[in-house]
Write a protein of this length. Structure first.
Length: 222
């Protein structure tokens, strides 16, 4: 039986200081500095995952490795976290330290595209087809296995022709949200809607919008 845990409980587990929970699960970014070092870390992650029979998503780039964890066995809510995730996260961080690799939480984020629609069931299949995605839940296309940002559809009550109908949702760790917002404002952005601490809607100098949202610690699935 898989026991679902909240984001807060994940963060309270020992050895997971490198990790942050966002809309795509628990994630950590490890700064390797070279491709060879990254491969060595990925090899260790593979060994740990096989031993635990619990498998993360791993992205290897020249200078770093990003790892995302969620529990695939219980997917009724889209994704959930369990104690299996916190245990493997701690093991991966320990393996990184043994290889002399440090983590950089400022590189951890998750992004989705939000589309306002009057008739979601009519619009959603188009985006699933054109992106090569699958219908996911009642309001999304993509899901945990999607290659690229998740797409979420927000119900509109009436047409809004003078307002953007597509915007970006950016999920960042709560401790990094203020700095990210400050940087965006310094770069010419403005605050369109302050709904903090849940989210802030920012706009670029031409009015294109992005919602910056810290991920809540009380969340247990999506």
């Amino acid at each position: 039986m898989v026991e679902v845990i909240t984001s807060q409980r994940f963060h309270a587990a020992p050895g997971v200081e490198d990790w942050r929970v966002l809309s795509t699960g628990a994630a950590a970014h490890f700064v390797t500095g070279s491709f060879a070092t990254g491969v060595a870390l990925v090899d260790r992650i593979g060994e740990l995952a096989e031993a635990a029979n619990h498998h993360p998503d791993v992205e290897l780039r020249y200078g770093g490795v990003t790892v995302r964890l969620l529990t695939h066995e219980v997917m009724e809510q889209g994704w959930v976290l369990s104690e299996r995730d916190s245990a493997l996260a701690a093991q991966i961080s320990h393996a990184a330290r043994e290889l002399g690799i440090t983590a950089d939480p400022t590189k951890v984020q998750a992004m989705q595209i939000a589309i306002d629609a009057l008739d979601i069931p009519k619009v959603r299949p188009f985006w699933a087809a054109v992106l090569g995605y699958e219908l996911f839940g009642d309001e999304d296309v993509g899901g945990p296995g999607a290659v690229g940002p998740n797409v979420w559809f927000q119900q509109m009550d009436e047409p809004r022709p003078q307002r953007n109908r597509i915007h970006v949702d950016l999920y960042v760790p709560a401790d990094l949200a203020p700095a990210r917002i400050e940087a965006a404002l310094a770069a010419g952005g403005t605050v369109v809607l302050d709904n903090g601490p849940e989210w802030w809607t920012l706009a670029d100098p031409e009015g294109n919008e992005v919602d910056v949202a810290p991920w809540p610690d009380t969340f247990s699935g999506w």
